[in-house]
Design a binder for this molecule. Structure first.
Ligand code: MEV
Length: 331
């Protein structure tokens, strides 16, 4: 019986989180940390989903999943059950057998690194392959986005765009443009270890915007301007300018109320150790920061974050998006 393994990368947002929800441009890069999804035909009439990281295993009759009767599943796996249901609804049930879905992730959850989008994208690709159906990249995007809406409420689509395409992207709701880097940019990720919900942070900004529309809309527009200004700096490899823009972006995110004492602690540790710029990445409220170290300061920045008791690593940019690792039509 068939088995397919697909994977998709996580991401960091360099500029423009939250503002992108309101149609402003943002810049994000895929990182070399992936979610792997294995889908295997099994000789039952059930679908089983197991997440090794979350230590959850659930099972449901294929027919029930096809009808979308998803009550009783865990909140953590609900987006995945919904994705399986959508695939079965769209493509009928092309298999004679049940399926076992196994998930293994290198991306920490609820940390702002796009783990849920990578998971949904890899699962959609693996199911497409095992069902042997025709789906364009756009179809994969749409089905992963539906799953993201269950996780985050009203996401902009930036996370699943990066998981699907990889690389460095200028994203605005409904459109994307690849950016060619003038030189590799060293990015250090620091993890506050505080997990948070993207949906809640997006709702917090929405409430602030409703309360003080004049001020908050200006802040959101200014963040969009930073994203546009950074494009040339990325193309030129102008690290000093990128650092300045990141620091300004962090100030504006603080104004939106999405920073936190832990984020400030890591941002300050990185700057003190020689980062040209540092800011939160993703929804904030916890999760991760990114820092841009001066050329000779990479280790200093990593060590400085570790010294305040948090995990840090050098994030390499991943230029390949979602892919089939083994099985299916690709070998
Ligand atoms: C999440 O990675 C980034 C946010 O801008 C939300 C979104 O774009 O959907 C906070």
């Amino acid at each position: 019986m068939n088995r397919v393994v697909a994977s998709a990368p996580g991401k960091v947002i360099l500029f423009g989180e939250h503002a992108v929800v309101y149609g402003e441009p943002a810049i994000a890069a895929a990182i070399r940390r992936r979610v792997y999804v294995s889908v295997e035909e099994i000789a039952t009439d059930r679908i089983e989903i197991e997440s090794r990281n979350l230590k959850i295993r659930e099972s449901m009759r294929l027919e029930k999943c096809t009808r979308g009767e998803l009550e009783g599943v865990s909140a953590e796996l609900k987006p995945l059950w919904h994705l399986c249901h959508k695939m079965l609804e769209l493509h009928g049930h092309p298999l004679k057998h049940g399926l076992r879905v196994e998930i293994r992730s290198e991306i920490p959850e609820s940390a702002g690194l796009g783990s849920s989008a990578a998971l949904a994208t890899a699962l959609a690709l693996a199911l497409k392959e095992i069902f042997s159906v025709d789906m364009s990249p756009n179809d994969i995007w749409n089905i992963a986005f539906e799953s993201e809406k269950i996780v985050h409420g009203r996401p902009s689509g930036i996370d699943n765009t990066l998981s699907l395409h990889g690389g460095v992207i200028l994203y605005r709701k409904g459109s994307m443009k690849r950016i060619r880097l003038g030189q590799t940019i060293p990015l250090v990720v620091g993890d506050t270890g505080v997990s948070r919900s993207t949906g809640k942070m997006v709702a917090r900004v929405r409430m602030l915007r409703e309360k003080y529309p004049d001020v908050i809309e200006e802040v959101i527009r200014a963040i969009g301007r930073l994203s546009l200004l950074s494009v040339q700096a990325l193309v030129d490899g102008d690290l000093e300018k990128l650092g300045d823009l990141m620091n300004i972006n962090q100030g504006l995110l603080e104004a939106l109320g999405v920073s936190s004492p832990e984020i400030s602690m890591l941002v300050n540790a990185a700057r003190k150790a020689g980062a040209l710029g540092a800011k939160l990445t993703g929804a904030g409220g916890g999760g991760c920061i990114i820092a841009l170290p001066a050329k000779n300061a990479i280790n200093n920045v990593v060590e400085s974050i570790k010294r305040v008791g948090r995990d840090a690593f050098l994030a390499e940019i991943e230029f390949e998006g979602a892919r089939i690792e083994s099985g299916g039509a690709h070998g």
